[in-house]
Design a protein around this ligand. Structure first.
Ligand SMILES: [Zn+2]
Length: 113
């Protein structure tokens, strides 16, 4: 059993657990461990079609002809995309493509170069 963190208020080491609450018997401070994890950066992993992990700045190629929303153009299979940026959402890649401009892609339709 790992030891509980000290009280953030008075630094007492006699904290105890009550359900999901942590309680300090010395100053009666109550808190939850979950509120501490709020500060931890979201480490969502985005993977390409082959399961390789993608990072900001990676270059990828498109593995499937993709229709461009709001236009009649098609992103052809094999199109190179430089310097992708990972974002949250259904389309998790933000990028700029020569001749197309700013674009959002789904990671499942790209392959890391
Ligand atoms: Zn305390």
């Amino acid at each position: 059993m790992s030891s509980l963190p000290n009280c953030p208020q008075c630094n007492s080491e006699y904290t105890y657990e009550d359900g999901s609450l942590l309680i300090c018997p010395e100053c009666a401070h109550e808190w939850t461990l979950e509120s501490e994890t709020d500060n931890i950066e979201d480490t969502k992993v985005v993977k390409d079609a082959n399961g390789n992990v993608l990072n900001d700045g990676d270059a990828v190629t498109i593995i499937k002809d993709l229709k461009v929303k709001g236009s009649s153009s098609v992103l052809k299979i094999g199109t190179k995309v430089k310097s992708i940026r990972l974002v949250d959402g259904d389309h998790d890649i933000d990028c700029k493509i020569d001749g197309f401009g700013a674009m959002k892609l789904k990671s499942e339709f790209v392959k890391k170069i």
